[in-house]
Design a protein around this ligand. Sequence first.
Ligand SMILES: [Mg+2]
Length: 118
Amino acid sequence: MKILVVDDSLLLRNIIKNELSFEGYDIIDEAKDGQEAIEKYDSHKPDLVTMDITMDGMNGLDAAEQILKKDSQAKIIMVSALGEDEIMSKAVKLGVKDFIVKPFTPERLVNAVKKALS
Ligand SMILES: [Mg+2]
């Protein structure tokens, strides 16, 4: 299963990559903002995307909207911070599969990914 990891934080990208690689998922690529996420989604057609919300340039909510507009079957898990409830309800309405709140445990991340891909 190919996964695209989107986050403006290199540290968070590395944490997510390490945890999911350890579980046997193939991290196909990573992106640091929404625009890059859309471009890499188009070129890799990943099975799942983990999408940070607050990023410089295009944010994760707008990127999720663009991706879902082009591919309604896209599987996106939003990675949110505390206090982003309003953005999260918008994301759920757009059709994202799940969301996890930072800081999250490896189990929470892996369970969300497993569930979204099942
Ligand atoms: Mg961020």
